[in-house]
Structure formats: structure tokens, C-alpha cells
Design a protein around this ligand. Structure first.
Ligand SMILES: CC(C)(COP(=O)(O)OP(=O)(O)OC[C@H]1O[C@@H](n2cnc3c(N)ncnc32)[C@H](O)[C@@H]1OP(=O)(O)O)[C@@H](O)C(=O)NCCC(=O)NCCS
Length: 327
């Protein structure tokens, strides 16, 4: 292990489907309104995949965009990590499909499942490969198509989610005080029931009981969990940044609900002007939420070389985590 080597973000990319689903669309299915969704969540619209699109097709486009930004060829990659809870199949992994579609060398490729925190889990895994020298160029993708899992009779849940993918290419750096400064990851399986996306593979329901097929969550409890974790993670990162002598230039939280973000920021006293929020356009895209927001922040010049950014995620598992990165 070489302690002086850190993982730097060399390029970012994203991909969202073309089909826009405005809030009004849900009034065809459930008793809701654009006004309720906007004021209770901040979401105005989201994107849904078309019949020929999947988590892997979105991931491949996001990956290509990240490789262009990184000025690298797919054949340069040494490792592909794909965070998703909506893989095309259980086997092959989405990462293997991406490896094949990009035409990479026979490099390792694997999926990581940590719901809305998945991208940070994958990024942390990639960072370990870079630090040890086991890989020099790592592609990390967060991709999800939760539209394929929603129950259009459950107004509490169906309005929340959108589809998309985001990607980063990471390479080693020995520039001091640069790259990933810290990643902290957590889980609490005792509270797993609060967010549930059933698998259709191994677990059999008791005889005579219907197996649930859709994503389900306890919105009110997850809301409280999310606010609490966002406060803890951000306060902890602010302390870490103070110890490192850096300021946070941009906070990119998991994009789930404007009220979660506002409640946390108000408690912490963190300025809203330093927070990247794009959930009005995309809803909650799960593992793709942070890398899509990161890519948009980079391309809009809101996150620039030399800036220190804080990524904060929380979601099913339950899982949560943060990353401090100097670009
Ligand atoms: C889901 C969420 C938007 C609901 O907002 P909320 O303010 O907590 O609303 P509540 O659950 O307290 O419900 C309030 C009322 O609105 C109703 N309601 C829920 N969804 C509605 C909708 N789409 N349209 C209209 N009314 C709705 C509820 O039925 C409830 O009615 P009641 O008081 O008659 O029972 C919010 O809790 C949330 O964002 N939770 C976290 C999201 C999440 O879990 N993300 C995934 C993991 S990160």
C-alpha cells in the first residue's frame, strides 16, 4: 500500500433517458397533484427509460461520456465497478455488460449493491485498487431504472423515482492534498424493512402469500433517517475538513427530497448557495443521483479544479456515507 497515492477524478459523464415524466402524469393513476409533489418533494419531473433501455444501456452512455472527458480509451481501463439495485440480470452483472459493450480488455468488472449510497461504496472500492496499485484507471458507474419497479397504485412511492446513470473515471495522483481525501461508509441492516425492493430470484414467499414485486418504502421514517444522517455526515465532514485546513466549496447530497436537504442545512447552518440540487429535473435516481449531479456541477463550472467537494448519500439497506474530494 502506497500511502502517498490518492485517487483523483479524471473525468465525469452522465446519461438520462429522453422520456420526460411530468408530475401531472401521475394523476392518471393515483390521487395526487403537481402541487402536492412539488411542495412535498421539490420534484417537477423525472426521466423514464424506453422499452429498449436498461440500467446497462444508460451506464454505457454515461461511461463513454466520462471516458471522453477523461481523454481515455475504453482499452485503457483496468477495472469497472457498477453500483445498481436494478441490474439487467442477476447474472451477468451490469458491469460485465458494460465491459463488453465498451470493448475493454478482459479486466475485472463487478456490481455493487448499496442502493442510493451505492456510488460511494463503488468509489471507495475503486479507491482501494488505485491506492494499492492493483489498478491505474478505474471506471465507476452508478445506474438505476427504478421506474421498472414502481407500483402505480402507491402514491406514497411512485412519484419519487427517476432513471439515469452517472460515471467517473478515477486515476492515481501523487499531487499532495488532491483527489479523494476520505470516504466513510455505514450500514444498518436492522432497519432494512424501511426501504424494500424485492428480489425475484431466491427468496420464496410463504405458501399462499403473494410476493411483493414493487419498491416500497416507509416515507415518513426514511425522511427522518435521511435528515438525521445528512446532518451527522455533513457535520463530521466539516470537522474533517477543518482538520485538513480546507473549506467545502460544494456539497452534493443524494437527490431525494428538497425538504430533506433544507431541513439538514438549516440545522447545520450550511449555505444553500454551496449545495448542488437538481432533483426537480430527475427525481431520485438512486445510485445515479450523486454522479449525475457531480457531472452537471463539473460541466456547469460549479465544481472546478482545486475545489473541495463533499458527497453525502443515504438510502436503502439502510446505508449511508460521505466522500471528501479535492478536484
Ligand atoms: C415520501 C414523502 C415525499 C412523503 O412526504 P411526507 O411529507 O412525509 O408525507 P406523509 O408520508 O407524512 O403523508 C402525508 C399525507 O400525504 C399523503 N400523500 C402521500 N403521497 C402523496 C401523493 N403523491 N399525493 C398526494 N398525497 C400524498 C399521504 O397519504 C398522507 O395522507 P394522510 O395524512 O391522509 O395519511 C417523504 O416522506 C419522503 O421524501 N421520504 C423519503 C423518500 C425516500 O424514502 N426515498 C428513498 C430512499 S433515500
Amino acid at each position: 500500500m502506497n500511502g502517498s497515492i490518492a485517487a483523483a477524478l479524471r473525468g465525469t459523464g452522465c446519461s438520462v433517458p429522453e422520456r420526460v415524466i411530468p408530475n401531472d402524469w401521475f394523476t392518471n393513476y393515483v390521487d395526487t397533484s403537481d402541487e402536492w409533489i412539488r411542495t412535498r418533494t421539490g420534484i417537477r419531473e423525472r426521466r423514464y427509460v424506453g422499452p429498449d433501455e436498461t440500467a446497462s444501456t444508460l451506464a454505457v452512455t454515461a461511461a463513454r461520456n466520462a471516458l471522453v472527458a477523461a481523454e481515455l480509451d475504453p482499452k485503457d481501463l483496468d477495472l469497472i465497478l457498477c453500483a445498481t439495485v436494478t441490474p439487467d440480470h442477476m447474472c451477468p452483472s451490469t458491469a460485465c455488460i458494460v465491459q463488453g459493450a465498451l470493448g475493454c480488455r478482459p479486466i475485472p468488472a463487478m456490481d455493487i449493491s448499496a442502493a442510493c449510497t451505492g456510488f460511494l461504496y463503488a468509489m471507495s472500492t475503486g479507491e482501494q485498487f488505485l491506492r494499492t496499485g492493483a489498478a491505474k484507471k478505474v471506471l465507476v458507474v452508478g445506474t438505476d431504472v427504478l421506474s421498472r419497479t414502481i407500483d402505480l397504485t402507491d402514491r406514497n412511492t411512485c412519484i419519487l423515482f427517476g432513471d439515469g446513470a452517472g460515471a467517473v473515471v478515477m486515476t492515481p495522483t501523487d499531487t499532495p492534498d488532491h483527489g479523494i481525501r476520505s470516504i466513510k461508509l455505514y450500514s444498518d441492516g436492522a432497519a432494512a424493512r424501511l426501504v424494500h425492493l424485492p428480489g425475484k430470484v431466491t427468496l420464496q414467499p410463504p405458501a399462499g402469500e403473494k410476493q411483493h414485486e414493487h419498491i416500497w418504502l416507509n416515507g415518513r421514517e426514511v425522511f427522518k433517517f435521511a435528515v438525521r444522517r445528512m446532518i451527522e455526515l455533513t457535520q463530521d465532514a466539516i470537522q474533517d475538513c477543518q482538520a485538513m485546513g480546507v473549506n467545502i466549496d460544494l456539497l452534493i447530497p443524494h437527490q431525494v427530497n428538497q425538504r430533506i436537504i433544507d431541513a439538514a442545512l438549516e440545522t447545520i447552518g450550511f449555505p444553500a448557495s454551496k449545495v448542488m440540487v437538481n432533483l426537480a429535473k430527475y427525481g431520485n435516481t438512486s445510485a445515479a443521483s450523486i454522479p449525475i449531479a457531480l457531472d452537471e456541477a463539473m460541466r456547469a463550472g460549479r465544481a472546478k479544479p482545486g475545489d473541495t467537494i463533499l458527497l453525502v448519500a443515504f438510502g436503502g439497506g439502510l446505508t449511508w456515507g460521505s466522500a471528501i474530494i479535492t478536484l
